[in-house]
Design a protein around this ligand. Structure first.
Ligand SMILES: Nc1ncnc2c1ncn2[C@@H]1O[C@H](COP(=O)(O)OP(=O)(O)OP(=O)(O)O)[C@@H](O)[C@H]1O
Ligand SMILES: O=P(O)(O)O[C@H]1[C@H](OP(=O)(O)O)[C@@H](OP(=O)(O)O)[C@@H](O)[C@@H](O)[C@@H]1OP(=O)(O)O
Ligand SMILES: [Mg+2]
Ligand SMILES: [Mg+2]
Length: 326
């Protein structure tokens, strides 16, 4: 970083809990050293009155925020918005989120990619409609349709039998539970950067548990429980011993997803089917996930912010050159 190079201003619009987990002193320090200023956006003041920013990064979902971003973008066409709200919206619905995976063209000889079967239960009448549940094998997971960052959007139930469904209030998504050896692969994408890590997941469900009376078990954000202090050693061992999916496969899926989604900051959760080690299933995609849990996240994110601004500068320059030649 030469003294004369202008500093980059990244405005961030985040909920307080995200500011707390993401804007860590180590990130602020590295950004500072590398000529990047992380500037909080005051969500109680009009965005248009704030800035200037080279880039605005955000994880806010209200209509008012989306309108403000649009207005800001029109007035400041050189500011990069990470990411466009319409593209993020696709991840706020657990049906449309996974439909994306089935649009991908991944042609691999040694791995297969898919999603678990799922269906949307709109109301209690849908539950008595035999055709809706047809083709869905128990156990299943009941997931809230909306994934909007609220605690309620993470609250889920394992349902062991048809009987168990009686204890739930629609609307919700029912997704087939796939045994996968209690380890989940979380693949983090930040622009060009792709990184896969292993985390704790739900344990396999033996056939004998099916049809168990009551038939319902609630849980929330199980992967965040992994390997914390004092955590169960046997879990650590299971995670350590799990084989990673091939890097070339992970990269191919991440790049294809990035293209189709039109997003630069996201992660996806992938499991490996215990019945077929070449079969991988994407079960969840999250916008702007918890990057701070990645090793060296400060380097990943500062590289990303620089990349974004450099890319925009080259585009602007290329455009100006073309204009002057015409
Ligand atoms: N179809 C499935 N088969 C087996 N296990 C699953 C399935 N879907 C979810 N799980 C387990 O439940 C956990 C939570 O599910 P999911 O990732 O959909 O929820 P989430 O609240 O959106 O998670 P996140 O905190 O990553 O946003 C997963 O991490 C995994 O352990
Ligand atoms: O802090 P946030 O609210 O963004 O929480 C996100 C959380 O990151 P955190 O570790 O920073 O809590 C993410 O964890 P990882 O996938 O990285 O494990 C994931 O659970 C997202 O779904 C959460 O987003 P939400 O769906 O709740 O908006
Ligand atoms: Mg998940
Ligand atoms: Mg999620």
């Amino acid at each position: 970083m030469t003294e004369s190079a202008p500093r980059i201003r990244i405005g961030y619009g985040l909920e307080p809990k995200k500011v707390h987990s993401f804007i860590q002193p180590s990130l602020v320090n590295l950004c500072n050293e590398r000529g990047i200023d992380l500037v909080p956006i005051d969500i109680n003041k009009p965005l248009i009155q704030q800035g200037p920013f080279d880039c605005v990064t955000h994880k806010l979902y209200s209509e008012d925020w989306k309108n403000q971003l649009e207005e800001f973008s029109k007035a400041n066409p050189n500011t990069v918005i990470i990411d466009p709200p319409h593209a993020i919206e696709r991840l706020q619905n657990r049906i449309s989120m996974l439909e994306v995976v089935n649009e991908l063209k991944i042609t691999r000889a040694s791995e297969e990619l898919g999603t678990p079967s799922q269906t949307f239960i709109f109301n209690s009448e849908s539950l008595s409609d035999q055709s809706i549940l047809q083709g869905l094998n128990f156990p299943v997971i009941a997931k809230p349709l909306v994934a909007d960052g609220s605690a309620i959007s993470h609250k889920m139930y394992i349902v062991f039998s048809r009987d168990g469904l009686k204890g739930l209030n629609p609307p919700f998504v029912l997704q087939e539970f796939v045994n996968h050896g209690a380890v989940i692969f979380k693949v983090y994408v930040a622009g060009e950067h792709v990184q896969c890590v292993k985390r704790r997941s739900l344990p396999d469900i033996p056939d004998a548990s099916l049809g168990s009376s009551g038939g319902l078990l609630s849980f929330s954000q199980v992967s965040n429980l992994a390997c914390q202090d004092g955590d169960d050693d046997s879990y650590k061992l299971i995670i350590e011993e799990a084989k990673m999916p091939p890097t070339s496969f992970v990269d191919e899926v991440a790049n294809a997803l990035q293209q189709v989604l039109g997003l630069r900051l996201f992660n996806f959760d992938m499991i490996r089917d215990s019945r077929d080690a070449s079969r991988y299933l994407v079960i969840d995609i999250n916008y702007f996930p918890g990057y701070a849990k990645l090793p060296d996240f400060e380097i990943v994110l500062t590289d990303f912010f620089r990349e974004v601004v450099c890319q925009k500068e080259s585009e602007t320059q290329a455009w100006a050159t073309k204009e002057s030649q015409e």
